[in-house]
Design a protein around this ligand. Structure first.
Ligand SMILES: [Fe+2]
Length: 470
């Protein structure tokens, strides 16, 4: 009897502990921010066990709540926010809460100064990564771009946890836009399953979440998957060109930035990726890309080729690389600055001016590079009164561009225009005029001219006949 009582007490205690553990959910990752827009943002988190959650947002427009179904890796899309505004948010699971704050993006095309940070190749370099994150947090950028190789092995969940442990305080309040590096992939199929599960990237009409695009103020950012077997896919190259055409036709876009893990030009250990140089660099040149931001080589490099600037920023934590003993002459010709340093980039965009500063882990500056991009393409002229309505996309406002990509829309037409612009943005080549349709009543007076001429001929014939009869 006594033994039975002890067993019952132990069982009750275990049940109580179980209940206690259930009452205190453990947050593994986040909450952290993703996919920022002027009126929306995504909040993500990962719990130890799947639980329902409630997200509360407070700021301009008042307080709103959203219920989220039980999940381990969960996301809440917060919509209906005001552009360029600050909000506080809370993720509540049972009786536990986690807080953060966010700033929505400015209206698309609005000419306001912005800054963003660029960092990559953290991999196993936890301490250096942590120090860089602390320094980036002090800079308070608008968002962070990752150049890839977030972890050393994409299949290792402990490494993903380590990344989020280090970046947690930063990503709670700032959006991190990732690029997939070769080390972020996993398994024999080189999939990006973990990468895709932890990030909710913008949906911009791409075939997979491994590449995407987003806009912030007057900048359009294209994030590409430069891994072998990925960039060779024609769908990504076709998507890239469609995006570039759309950006160049969008009067709200002044600067185009490209982010991809592998650098087309480098004099470090890996060297420039020749396939990327051949396949994508001509597109960057043709459509006036402002700068290409890469990682992969664990150094800082600045290169220039055919008017496009290329930065290598792979000094985010993993062991630094030396110079290549026998670099390719094309890489040597392009690279203008090289430094073996843990660092990040601060990119400041003000009007037409872009300023890139490479900052070492100790806060000192490697160098600052600045240039002016061409003025944004002016909006196309309004269509003539007799233009065919079928040329204007369904639902587009009056005076909207006649070809794809109004600011803020997902610029993913089903096929590129047959004659893409081949000139820089300052010389728009996409005005559209439609010849008036003679059948619509406003056509040229060919019919009247013909009738008058026929009448004249008839009168002349009658006159001749009468003369002959005389
Ligand atoms: Fe890499």
């Amino acid at each position: 009897m006594k033994q039975g009582f002890v067993i019952a007490c132990v069982a009750a205690g275990v049940a109580g502990l179980g209940g206690l553990a259930e009452a205190r959910p453990r947050m593994l990752k986040g909450p952290y921010l993703q996919d920022l827009a002027p009126t929306a943002v995504t909040v993500m988190w990962q719990l130890e066990q799947a639980r329902p959650a409630r997200v509360i947002v407070e700021g301009p427009g008042g307080r709103r709540e959203q219920e989220i179904a039980a999940a381990r890796i969960a996301e809440a899309r917060l919509e209906g926010l005001l552009p360029g505004s600050r909000y506080r948010y809370r993720v509540i699971v049972d009786d536990a809460a986690w807080e953060g704050q966010l700033a929505t993006a400015p209206p698309l095309g609005k000419d306001v100064p912005i800054t963003f940070a660029v960092v990559g190749d953290s991999r196993y370099g936890v301490e250096q990564h942590r120090r860089l994150v602390e320094r980036i947090a002090r800079e308070a950028p608008d968002f962070v771009l990752g150049t890839g190789d977030i972890v050393d092995d994409g299949s290792r969940q402990d490494q993903w946890q380590q990344f989020f442990d280090v970046e947690g305080p930063l990503l709670r309040d700032l959006v991190y836009y990732p690029a997939v590096g070769n080390h972020d992939r996993q398994g024999r199929g080189r999939t990006a399953d973990s990468y895709r599960s932890y990030f909710a990237v913008p949906d911009s009409g791409a075939e997979t979440e491994r590449y995407y695009a987003f806009s912030y103020a007057t900048s359009r950012v294209l994030v590409l998957d430069s891994n072998i077997y990925s960039f060779a896919l024609t769908d990504q190259t076709a998507w890239l060109e469609r995006e570039l055409i759309a950006a160049r036709q969008d009067p709200g876009v002044r600067h185009i930035f490209v982010v991809m893990h592998h650098p087309p030009f480098s004099i470090s250990l890996h060297g420039g990726a020749k396939d990327l140089r051949g396949r994508w660099a001509p597109l960057f040149e043709k459509y006036g890309v402002s700068a290409v931001l890469s990682g992969h080589d664990h150094v800082y490099e600045r290169a220039e080729h055919n008017g496009v600037r290329y930065f290598v920023s792979g000094g985010g934590g993993a062991a630094l690389y030396p110079k290549h003993p026998r670099p390719d002459p094309l890489d040597v010709a392009a690279v203008q600055r090289f430094e073996r340093a843990f660092h990040f980039l601060r990119v400041a965009v003000t009007g037409r001016r872009v300023e890139v500063t490479a900052i070492r882990i100790d806060g000192t500056t490697i160098e600052t590079t600045a240039w002016n991009d061409a003025a944004a393409a002016p909006p196309p002229p309004p269509p003539p009164p007799a233009a065919k309505p079928a040329m204007v996309p369904a639902g587009a406002p009056a005076g909207a561009p006649l070809l794809p990509a109004a600011a803020g829309a997902s610029p993913a037409p089903s096929s590129p225009p047959s004659s893409p612009p081949s000139s820089p943005p300052s010389s728009p080549s996409f005005s559209a005029t439609v010849p008036p349709d003679p059948a619509d009543g406003d056509g040229p007076p060919y019919l009247w001219i013909g009738l008058v001429a026929a009448s004249g001929l008839l009168a002349a014939a009658v006159a001749v006949v009468r003369t002959l009869r005389r």
